[in-house]
Design a protein around this ligand. Structure first.
Ligand code: RM4
Ligand code: MN
Ligand code: MN
Length: 424
């Protein structure tokens, strides 16, 4: 389904007065408003191909209908989101869930929707039908050389698909680890994994990046072979300049100070990308900002400050992606909410008075430092984010328009009530 531009314009006109009033009031107190708006318009967040259907838990899955049945329909869905908010101009593919059978056509279809191909993702955490060796006891860490070979070859194949599509990065997330003490020799597991990653790294084109994504638990519960940012950084440093750490917000042990991790990885020039989501207990993959929006803001504050310190381009120098799952919400509505939460946190982080903060820090004025941060966090930036959308050609209120246009009803009519998407 395509949303014609005139429908967006019509909606914006109908809601324009109210918006203008709010935005003008907001803009009157911000000095560099055009600069901030430009940054917001430029900022793009990739949508994963595996997050367009209903997610499930090991207890069940309750599909809501109209889910995309193939890669083409997934691209259509992301195109639809992008036309509504103009902030999701990229798709990230997981292989083999979404193999581009005809890369030229897939690339052309994506381009029609204004979408680029973000990081490619390999999958050595599931066995596929017809696969020769099993990943039950890990992939790159495996004690069996043939299994390691199979996992390496798979990653190299994923790179090849990515080259055809114009992607520029590979994200490797391994479920490797152990469930019980004694099951694994940690050193051997690390060394095998490093050897495998080295071979994959060697297959990367010159202008590609490799993201090593860490996760503390699940599906293994005693140890994980890329378990935290320290381990990921070890691999990335040993691999070379094209290898980076990828931070997925849901992959930490409880109460981890993610903003500090982000800050130090940026300092080391080893932060590569981000998977956004939110969580209460573990890798819950909930809507970004739904549980802990202040933490999200603090993370963005480190990102903005750290990227500025290194003169980085906010929108292109790191990989931004949503990695969420939707068990009870409409996946598309949920993704619109996630993008909005990211834009809000980013906007607030852009409004922090970094100079004043530095002065407060140098004076050990703890109270002032907190005031400065919370001043920015408590600004209602929704009109600002909406104005960026308006200027970028998107809808003032994407979610409202999504409902008004009865998008889900249309998708169900077209695709059927009982459709299942590949993914988690
Ligand atoms: C993992 C991790 C990866 C994602 C898989 C599906 O927990 O977040 O990024 O590819 O889930
Ligand atoms: Mn992830
Ligand atoms: Mn995850």
């Amino acid at each position: 389904m395509l949303i014609e531009k005139y429908k967006i314009d019509e909606f914006n006109q109908n809601n324009g007065d109210e918006h203008k009033r709010k935005f003008d009031f907001f803009a009157s107190s911000v000095k560099n408003i055009d600069e901030v708006l430009k940054k917001l318009i430029d900022f793009q967040i990739a949508i994963p191909s595996w997050a367009l259907g209903t997610g499930g838990t090991r207890f069940g899955r309750f599909p809501g209908g109209g889910e995309p049945r193939n890669l083409e329909e997934k691209i259509e869905d992301i195109g639809l989101l992008h036309s509504l908010n103009k902030s999701g101009g990229a798709i990230s593919l997981h292989i083999p869930w979404d193999i581009p059978e005809n890369a030229t056509n897939i690339k052309a279809l994506a381009a029609q929707h204004g979408l680029k191909f973000d990081a490619m993702n390999s999958n050595t955490f599931q066995d596929q039908p017809g696969q020769q060796y099993s990943y039950k006891f890990g992939s790159l860490q495996n004690i069996n050389k043939n299994i390691r070979r199979q996992a390496i070859d798979h990653n190299i194949e994923v790179i090849k698909y990515g080259i055809e599509l114009g992607s520029k990065s590979l994200t490797v997330w391994l479920s490797d680890g152990s469930c019980f003490p004694g099951q694994l020799n940690f050193r051997h597991a690390f060394k095998n994994t490093l050897e495998g990653l080295k071979e994959i790294y060697a297959a990367l084109p010159g202008d590609w990046k490799m993201f090593v994504e860490y996760k503390a638990y699940e599906p293994n519960f005693y140890s994980t072979t890329v378990g935290d940012w320290g381990q990921s950084l070890l691999y990335a440093n040993k691999l070379g300049p094209k290898a980076y750490t990828l931070v997925d917000l849901g992959h930490h042990l409880p109460n981890a100070n993610i903003e500090q991790i982000v800050s130090l990885l940026l300092m080391e020039e080893k932060l590569g990308g981000f998977h956004f989501n939110d969580s209460k207990y573990s890798d819950d993959d909930l809507t970004v900002g739904c549980i802990n929006p202040y933490q999200l803001f603090l993370i963005f504050k480190e990102l903005v400050e750290g990227m500025n310190a290194r003169g980085m381009n906010h929108s292109t120098d790191l990989g931004w992606m949503i990695d969420a799952s939707h068990n009870v919400k409409d996946p598309l509505e949920d993704l619109l909410q996630s993008v909005e939460a990211i834009m809000i946190a980013y906007a607030q982080a852009l409004l922090v008075d970094y100079k004043a903060l530095e002065e407060a820090q140098l004076a050990n004025d703890v109270v002032k430092a907190q005031e400065i941060l919370q001043d920015a966090y408590r600004i209602d930036v929704r009109a600002l984010v909406a104005e960026a959308r308006l200027r970028g050609g998107a809808a003032l209120e994407p979610l409202q328009l999504f409902r008004q246009l009865k998008v889900r009803e249309h998708l169900i009519k077209k695709r059927g009530l009982k459709t299942i998407s590949t993914g988690l």
